[in-house]
Design a protein around this ligand. Structure first.
Ligand SMILES: *[C@@H]1O[C@H](CO)[C@@H](O)[C@H](O)[C@H]1NC(C)=O
Ligand SMILES: *[C@@H]1O[C@H](CO)[C@@H](O)[C@H](O)[C@H]1NC(C)=O
Ligand SMILES: *[C@@H]1O[C@H](CO)[C@@H](O)[C@H](O)[C@H]1NC(C)=O
Ligand SMILES: *[C@@H]1O[C@H](CO)[C@@H](O)[C@H](O)[C@H]1NC(C)=O
Ligand SMILES: [Cu+2]
Length: 383
């Protein structure tokens, strides 16, 4: 087998494994943009963050299998540590659940609003930092390059269910697919892909989903509290869905980055234009995981694969910013409320964004730059 002999060669030479995935069009754009980043950093030495000193967030398959297991072990460790938010969210049993609870509380503020991209950048960084400081993880947050697995996500290194995956697909079940509100036929529904039952393979087969549901795509027992923050233990369910993944191929992502030169359209196309029947890469990736809580708009971070999807979202924003750093490091758009409901003013760089009791409110301008944001605590690139 070609793949196993490549692995054998990598073991034999002890060299880094390039992986069986050739660079796609987005990878090539990112690579070609590194010189722009270096030029910009050379003019901004006060930031004290360089390409050489930055943390490197890598694609899942570009990690060795040992590195992948180190990541999932750290996530399991976070699920074992007592939560800090039980006073406000009795269902938040673990430090992992803390992040799910914060997302539930802040969903309407941080989606379809000016805070979508900067807030999720803060959120991801804080989670990565918790894995490192509380669970001894020495790597960085991996991302999921959707294009690599879009044709066959079920048997991909992410979801094939082996020990170095992010856990397997759910057991077979039937459900009605995922409704896309406001979209014209046939885009009003993402067809189900045959699973949706409990995940029974891989590192997360025993995990307990504790919070939600709030916007379930499957028939899930209700949470004891209307805000979804009560304790509602159940299995992790997935319907790893190639019908959804079809809108996350590299041509969609490349077009998103290169054709949308203003922030409003960049974010709008990324988040999806449902009335036009366009799901967008953001929804596309979420519903590729599907299930419970992966398919739940509020509770989705409770599926560990969420974090790799949102790292890709952050990477796509990062690549977009690299194309014109002077302008785009200071560019946000949209209002302070989701889809401007209720009507609100445009968000600004002086607005505050935070993680509840987990992390302080900071100005949005502090969350814009991966190379020096958050008072210098942000210093990362994507490889
Ligand atoms: C897990 O799956 C990946 C991706 O197909 C493969 O490269 C690896 O060899 C598998 N590992 C094990 C332990 O089966
Ligand atoms: C899942 O739980 C069972 C029973 O407690 C245990 O034997 C098994 O090792 C656990 N598996 C994982 C992957 O944690
Ligand atoms: C991307 O490619 C797919 C498959 O070739 C095609 O159906 C789709 O229309 C393309 N999307 C864009 C945005 O070019
Ligand atoms: C709010 O932002 C939009 C674009 O995102 C812009 O068209 C509009 O003029 C802004 N409104 C105000 C009051 O600045
Ligand atoms: Cu989110």
């Amino acid at each position: 087998m070609l793949q196993s002999s490549l692995w054998a060669a990598a073991l034999f030479t002890g060299s880094a494994m390039a992986g069986p995935y050739p660079p796609d069009a987005v990878d090539k754009l990112a690579e070609a943009s590194m010189s722009k980043l270096k030029d910009w950093l050379a003019k901004n030495p006060q930031l004290d963050c360089t390409v050489e000193t930055a943390s490197v967030r890598k694609e899942w398959s570009d990690l060795t299998e040992t590195e992948r297991k180190a990541y999932t072990s750290a996530v399991l460790c976070l699920m074992e540590k007592p939560g800090l938010m039980t006073a406000q969210a009795p269902g938040a049993k673990s430090r992992f659940d803390d992040y799910v609870a914060i997302h539930i509380q802040q969903t309407p503020r941080n989606h379809g609003s000016a805070f979508f991209l900067p807030w999720h950048r803060y959120y991801l960084w804080h989670y990565e930092n918790a894995l490192r400081t509380e669970c001894g993880y020495t790597g960085f947050q991996p991302y999921w390059n959707w294009d690599r697995y879009a044709k066959d996500p079920v048997s991909s290194p992410l979801f094939n269910g082996n020990e170095s995956s992010m856990g397997g697909n759910g057991a077979p079940s039937t459900y009605n697919g995922i409704s896309i509100p406001g979209a014209p036929k046939p885009y009003d529904k993402i067809p189900a892909a045959g699973a949706g039952g409990c995940v029974t393979t891989g590192p997360f087969k025993n995990m307990s989903v504790n919070l939600g549901p709030l916007a379930p795509t499957l028939n899930i027992k209700a949470n004891p509290r209307s805000d979804g923050l009560g304790y509602n233990p159940r299995c992790l369910r997935r319907d790893v869905n190639k019908n959804s993944a079809a809108v996350t191929t590299a041509n969609y992502t490349l077009e998103l980055i290169t054709k949308n030169t203003n922030h409003y359209w960049f974010q709008t196309v990324m988040e999806g234009q449902f009335p036009q029947g366009k799901w967008g890469v953001h929804s596309g990736g979420h519903y590729t995981i599907g299930g419970d809580p992966g398919g739940d708009f509020y509770v989705s971070p409770g599926d560990p694969a969420f974090w790799l999807h949102h790292a890709m979202i952050d990477r796509v924003w990062w690549i977009w910013q690299l194309q014109d750093l002077n302008k785009r490091l200071a560019e946000i758009s949209m209002t302070k409320t989701m889809n401007n409901f209720p009507p609100s003013a445009n968000g600004t760089l002086d607005d505050l964004s935070g993680l509840g009791i987990l992390a302080p409110d900071v100005k949005v301008r502090e969350l814009m730059n991966s190379m020096g944001g958050l008072g210098g605590k942000f210093c990362f690139i994507y490889a």
